[in-house]
Design a protein around this ligand. Structure first.
Ligand code: SF4
Ligand SMILES: [Zn+2]
Length: 331
C-alpha cells in the first residue's frame, strides 16, 4: 500500500456506522432507444465496494453508506421492498455503490434472482461493476439472454498517471479496456463513467483529460457518462477542499466537455451533476448555475445540442482567467 492509499484508508475510518438497511428507490426520467421514459433506481446497500475496503478512490464516499457486516437476509429484504415499490418502469438501475457482480456484495444466486425478477417487466437493466468482476457475467448469462443488460464501468480517466496518482483507481487503462471488451463480446451494452476534474489537475487539464479519455473509449462505449466531482464526506477530495486546495469543476468546463464529445461520439452522452450549483458540486457563480444545470439536462435528455450556445454570464471571464493563470502557475 503506497502513501496515498494509506491516507485514503485513514480518512475512511471516520465513517459513521449505518444501521438503516432500507433500500433507497426512486423513479426518474431517462432515455430508452432515444425516447424519454421512466427509470426505476434501486440503491441496494451491501458490504460495499471491495476497493473502498482496501483504500478507495480519492473522490468516492459511497463507503459511508455501506454496511460491512450486512447479512444475506438483509439483502433479500431490500430486494423484496424494492420489488414492492417497482411500478413497471421500462428501465431499472440497480446500484450497490460498488460492484453488483462481486459475489461478496451480492451472492451469485441472488444476482440471478434480482435480474430475473426485474426483467419480467423491464426492457433494460443497468448494473455497475469494476473490471475485476466482468467474467462473472458468464454466471448470469442465462437470465440475460435476449435482454438488454447495460454494464456501467467506471474508468474515470484513460491516463494511467491520473488513474494512479489522482484517483487511486487500482487498475490501469489497459486492464479496464480488456474488461470492457469482455462486456461487448458478451453482447451486452457498455456505459463508461468519466470523471470530470480529478484532484491535482488544473481546470484546463481536467477538460483535456475528460475529452482525451472519451476519445480513447468512444469506439467501445454505447454510452459515455460524465461525472463532475462532488465533495463526498471522508475522502481525500474533501480533505483538499477543506484546505482550499480543490474546487469542483466549473459548469463552463462541463459544457465545454459535453459539446466537445458530441463532435466525435454518436452514442448516448449523459452527465449527472451531483450537488450541482452548490459549493460541494460543479458550479459557476451562483447567478447562472441553474441555467447551466437546465442546459445539461436539455443537452443530455432532450438532445438539444445547442443547449449551451446562448448561455452568457460575466463569470465566463473569471473562468477563462483561471484557466490561463493556473496553467502559468503550474508552468
Ligand atoms: S468509485 Fe467505484 S471503484 Fe472507486 S471506491 Fe467508489 S465504488 Fe469503489
Ligand atoms: Zn455566472
Amino acid at each position: 500500500m503506497d502513501k496515498l492509499q494509506a491516507f485514503c484508508r485513514e480518512l475512511r475510518k471516520r465513517k459513521r456506522t449505518v444501521k438503516d438497511i432500507e433500500p433507497r428507490t426512486w423513479s426518474e426520467d431517462d432515455l430508452l432507444e432515444g425516447k424519454l421514459t421512466k427509470a426505476f433506481v434501486f440503491i441496494l446497500k451491501t458490504r460495499g465496494c471491495f476497493w473502498a475496503h482496501h483504500s478507495g478512490c480519492t473522490m468516492c464516499g459511497y463507503f459511508n453508506d455501506s454496511i460491512p457486516d450486512i447479512k444475506e437476509e438483509d439483502i433479500k429484504r431490500q430486494v423484496e421492498i424494492a420489488l414492492q415499490r417497482y411500478q413497471g418502469e421500462k428501465i431499472v438501475k440497480i446500484f450497490t455503490s460498488g460492484s453488483f457482480l462481486d459475489e461478496r456484495e451480492v451472492p451469485a444466486a441472488m444476482q440471478k434472482k434480482i435480474l430475473e425478477k426485474f426483467f419480467e417487466n423491464a426492457e433494460r437493466v443497468i448494473i455497475e461493476s469494476r473490471p475485476e468482476f466482468i467474467n462473472n457475467l458468464d454466471k448470469i448469462s442465462e437470465v440475460v439472454k435476449n435482454k438488454t443488460l447495460e454494464v456501467a464501468m467506471g474508468l474515470e480517466s484513460a491516463n494511467d498517471r491520473v488513474l494512479k496518482h489522482s484517483i487511486n483507481k487500482g487498475f490501469t487503462f489497459s486492464q479496464w479496456r480488456d474488461a470492457a471488451k469482455g462486456v461487448i463480446d458478451r453482447n451486452m451494452e457498455l456505459k463508461t463513467y468519466i470523471l470530470v476534474k480529478p484532484p491535482f489537475l488544473t481546470e484546463a487539464e481536467a477538460i483535456k483529460d475528460a475529452l482525451h479519455s472519451a476519445r480513447k473509449v468512444s469506439d467501445i462505449s454505447d454510452t459515455l457518462s460524465f461525472n463532475p466531482v462532488a465533495i463526498h464526506a471522508n475522502t481525500l477530495v474533501e480533505y483538499l477542499w477543506n484546505r482550499k486546495l480543490y474546487r469542483p469543476p466549473w459548469l463552463w468546463s462541463v459544457a465545454e466537455i459535453l459539446e466537445g464529445v458530441a463532435e466525435f461520439f454518436d452514442g448516448q452522452i449523459k452527465c449527472d451533476v451531483v450537488a450541482g450549483g452548490s459549493r460541494r458540486g460543479a458550479h459557476n457563480c451562483r447567478k447562472c448555475d441553474s441555467a447551466f444545470l437546465k442546459a445539461v439536462e436539455d443537452f443530455t435528455l432532450h438532445h438539444e445540442k445547442d443547449a449551451f450556445k446562448n448561455l452568457k454570464c460575466e463569470c465566463r471571464e473569471e473562468w477563462l482567467d483561471l484557466i490561463e493563470i493556473e496553467g502559468f502557475i503550474k508552468g
